[in-house]
Ligand binder design. Sequence first.
Ligand code: AMP
Length: 320
Amino acid sequence: MTHSSGTDPTMGEMVIVGSMALDSVKTPFGAVDRVAGGAAVYAAMAASVLAPPRVVGVIGDDFPDETLATLRERGVDLSGVERVPGGKSFYWSGVYDYSLGERDSLVTELNVFADWRPVLPEAYRSSRYCFLANIQPQVQLSVLDQLQDTCFVMCDTMNYWIEHEREALDQVLSRVDLALLNDAEVRQLADTPNLAQAADAVLEMGPKWVVIKKGEYGAALVARDEYFSIPSYPLPNVVDPTGAGDSFAGGMIGLLARHDDCCSRELRRAVAFGTVIASACVEDFSLGGLERLGNGELRRRYDELREIVRFEAMEWEGLV
Ligand code: AMP
């Protein structure tokens, strides 16, 4: 295996492609208007804890400079981010129910995202790890066409693409190593209510691994001959779930890139790490929780999660 990271020769390089957005979000605990968000932004913030990600995205004049500065300070490479002069950034607005388990998208304005065809800077093309966040599957395909020597690609998607762009999405799934989906998306893709059967059906579509995100109930990692499941980190105070899935993905790809390894042991660790970093995301609106998260707290939560899933072997002798 060859390693070629600028700072640490043991790191594999990673590229993250996706939305960079302004979000307006309302939850039972408050509301924010036009704050920084977007799948690539959440994922890059999370991944940057582990290794410096390269981001591919598009923004307008209105995207906050402070957010770009924060990302740069954390080592994120933004040379793949296109700023369209006079353009407006992707805008999304959503409202959550009382349990924070369901959300309605109120507004989705594509703006500069609409005609965007990402061109990866030459230096990005040999990135060994890639996260294709939720975007039009045709755009995901065009990124896949530009990558060389990539050893591990993870993709996300959403119900809209499953319904409206199935052919292109099937092509994406046939070319990625891991599909990261929530439980409803797995059922929708496979057209079956049973999650175990649905995950098997998604594996038949191409990826070697499927990660099923179940919100507050945790996540499962599934392969043909492997199943791993982990609860979410228990939190007394959840404020806004926006970006949890993308932070989870960023944590996963960051860990794989940091160790330059995508074996099953490492993937389990990546799912646990993703779970922990997502817990920080949901404690505040926008990027507040991820920005505040320190190394000590991250470590404490990771160790606590390990304790939570530990249990003793059963003593079977003497049972009827
Ligand atoms: P998550 O909560 O992990 O599903 O991600 C929420 C983020 O995804 C928000 O910051 C939004 O800006 C972004 N988002 C919402 N809808 C879309 C979409 N159709 N395409 C790309 N990004 C989106």
